[in-house]
Ligand binder design. Structure first.
Ligand code: GDP
Ligand code: MG
Length: 246
């Protein structure tokens, strides 16, 4: 949060703030933001970009000229999905009027913007955390390799054994958090990379916030490359193995 720079400002307050973490998403970001803008909801967008060398930032800057509800937080180097989401939370909390609900979603089109209203509605009902779920009844995954599916299933199994919240999908990136929950847990978030998804569920569960799932279809990205590297898988495994049961 110290080393990034916020570009743009909001002239009004919004009910929902959407965090889009991006690293080299130039092929996806424009269409995605335009589809989010078409959702009928009082929302703003915060892109957290790690100085992507492919020009993702420039696309966002040009969209800022068209829409007045987009913020861009630029970090000097690729520093991981976990810190990107945490910086997104901190940025929203630092606004004079933070949104009441904060959504996170991947910027590679794996999450359909049309699913956002259902996830937000569920979070509003429970006042805690709602997760777009691939593994609850009605949830689906399209076009993942057998290896990717297997690693995701194993990660989810271990996460459940450690955290014990009755959740089917601990690693989904499409979520809606009540800002109250984010405020309560943000200082306890220390994840560098993808383990942020488990850490946030663990923090919400520990604090007895409502956690619910909404079925969704996850579609493997069609453009750009996955950033899940061997190093990130290692950090993820280290986190779930070291996690205490409490
Ligand atoms: N800012 C930022 N975004 C990241 C980083 N790593 C991944 N992302 C973004 O997080 C989202 C999920 O990453 P992705 O590569 O699609 O992972 P996968 O779907 O698990 O293969 C995408 O929008 C990425 O651009 C990072 O280090 N920094
Ligand atoms: Mg992806």
């Amino acid at each position: 949060m110290d080393s990034g720079e916020l570009e743009g400002s909001l002239k009004e307050s919004f009910e929902v703030g959407i965090i889009l973490p991006t690293y080299c998403e130039v092929a996806n970001i424009s269409k995605l933001i335009q589809e989010i803008e078409a959702i009928e909801m009082n929302l703003c967008i915060l892109v957290i970009d790690d100085s992507s060398p492919d020009g993702t930032m420039d696309v966002v800057r040009s969209l800022q000229e068209k829409y007045d509800n987009i913020l861009l937080y630029v970090r000097p180097a690729k520093t991981g999905l976990g810190t990107a989401i945490t910086d997104g939370f901190k940025t929203f909390l630092s606004l004079p009027n933070p949104p009441k609900y904060i959504v996170t979603m991947d910027a590679d089109y794996s999450h359909n913007p049309k699913d956002v209203p259902r996830v937000v509605a569920a979070a509003k009902k429970g006042k805690g955390l709602a997760i777009g779920s691939r593994y609850c009844k009605g949830g689906r995954i399209e076009n993942w390799s057998f290896f990717r599916l297997l690693t995701s299933r194993i990660a989810n199994m271990i996460a459940y054994l450690r955290v014990r919240a009755k959740i089917h999908d601990y690693t989904s990136g499409l979520r809606c958090y009540s800002t109250n929950l984010v405020k309560r847990m943000v200082s306890d978030l220390h994840s560098q990379t993808y383990e942020i998804q488990i850490e946030t569920i663990r923090q919400a569960y520990k604090r007895q916030f409502d956690i619910r799932e909404v079925p969704m279809t996850f579609v493997n990205r069609k453009k750009g490359k996955s950033k899940l590297s061997a190093n990130e898988i290692r950090e993820f495994i280290t986190y779930i193995l070291r996690m205490r049961n409490s």
